[in-house]
Design a protein around this ligand. Structure first.
Ligand SMILES: [Zn+2]
Ligand SMILES: [Zn+2]
Length: 340
């Protein structure tokens, strides 16, 4: 069945004409957040997963884990595949929240560029663990760099060049507590930040459908999202048609994430990913969003495009940290959500 003029993507099986390099490049960046060079590296080390029943290649949930794959679309029904996606979300959050280093790789694209094994949990973490001699700062972790002039590669063969130094961040344990049930407060050294949760709507929900952010024909300007175990959230709308989960204040003034310096934005991201309550909240929110979607472009957690229910008429979900992360522009058939 091999067609010599076609190549198929190792992550999602989409096939391309061999000559269409720019098409493949676009696909890698938009769907999998890998540039062509990184995809080439990925192809060298990653094993394809195959259906044990029919042998068809399976689709991966993320390039950064070897064991999170979609069930075979020929040998399973849509319901089982949807359940499997939710199981994968739970598993991935378990890794991001409770492993030593998971969040450091997901939050830092430069560090990811140095990784040669694309399996964070089973390859990269055990290798990094062999370095950690003394007690590390479990909250802020560490910074990584290399001896001058050495290759920037996080692999055992380059071990002697890798430098682990104190983290630039200085999150305090006391800052992880929610204040007045509404916000978190932390300082980056220069500035004080407040991160506000979305308000939980206590009002009568008989017209929820007209407010539902995932309902493309909803009539209300205000958009809400029902999240299991949390309630109905009122989403923020700082830019027309794009809904945000959190609201940020810097030194008492509301700011857009796009106004922050790279350091400040990294700090806020690290704060969120280091806070187990916030991670649980985000997991439940993601599950709720995904369940009303057909296809998900996730630039925050899985760094990949994945399907929940491709055949359904549900909207395509575009999920990013901030505005520039949204891969496609908002249209009438997708829903754009940012964290900040
Ligand atoms: Zn692909
Ligand atoms: Zn199969």
């Amino acid at each position: 069945m091999n067609d010599a003029t076609k190549v198929s993507c190792k992550l999602c099986n989409k096939s391309f004409n061999i000559g269409s390099k720019s098409e493949i490049e676009n696909h890698m960046i938009i769907d999998h957040q890998l540039d062509y060079y990184r995809y080439y590296e990925y192809s060298k080390v990653s094993e394809r997963s195959y259906c044990t029943n029919c042998g068809a290649p399976l689709v991966k949930m993320t390039p950064w884990s070897s064991n999170l794959v979609h069930l075979c679309s020929k040998c399973s029904d849509a319901q089982s595949r949807r359940s499997e996606v939710i199981i994968s979300i739970n598993e991935w959050f378990e890794y991001l929240t409770n492993s030593h280093f998971g969040r450091i790789w997901i939050l830092n694209d430069q560090y990811r560029d140095w990784i040669v094994d694309f399996d964070l949990k089973n390859k990269v973490d055990p290798f990094i663990k062999t370095f950690i001699q003394k007690k590390i700062d479990k909250l802020n972790l560490f910074d990584l760099s290399f001896e001058e002039g050495s290759p920037k590669v996080l692999s055992p063969s380059n071990r002697s060049s890798i430098l682990i130094t104190e983290s630039r961040f200085n999150i305090q344990k006391s800052e992880l507590a929610l204040i007045e049930g509404r916000y978190y407060e932390f300082t980056t050294g220069k500035s004080q930040f407040r991160l506000y949760l979305p308000e939980v709507d206590q009002s009568n929900l008989s017209h929820y459908k007209s407010y539902d952010v995932m309902n493309l024909s909803g009539t209300s300007q205000v958009k809400k999202l029902r999240v299991n175990q949390v309630g109905v959230l009122k989403l923020y709308e700082f830019v027309t048609g794009i809904y945000s989960i959190f609201r940020l204040e810097k030194d008492g003034v509301q700011v857009m994430a796009t106004e922050l310096s790279d350091y400040e934005l990294s700090y806020v991201k690290m704060f969120i990913f280091s806070n187990k309550h916030l991670m649980r909240f985000l997991k439940l929110t993601l599950i709720s969003l995904v369940k009303s979607s057909s296809i998900v472009y996730d630039r925050v957690f899985f760094l990949n495009r994945f399907n929940y229910d491709e055949a359904s008429s549900n909207p395509v979900l575009l999920l990013g940290w901030t505005l520039p992360d949204l891969v496609l522009s908002p249209t009438s058939s997708n829903v754009s959500i940012t964290l900040l």
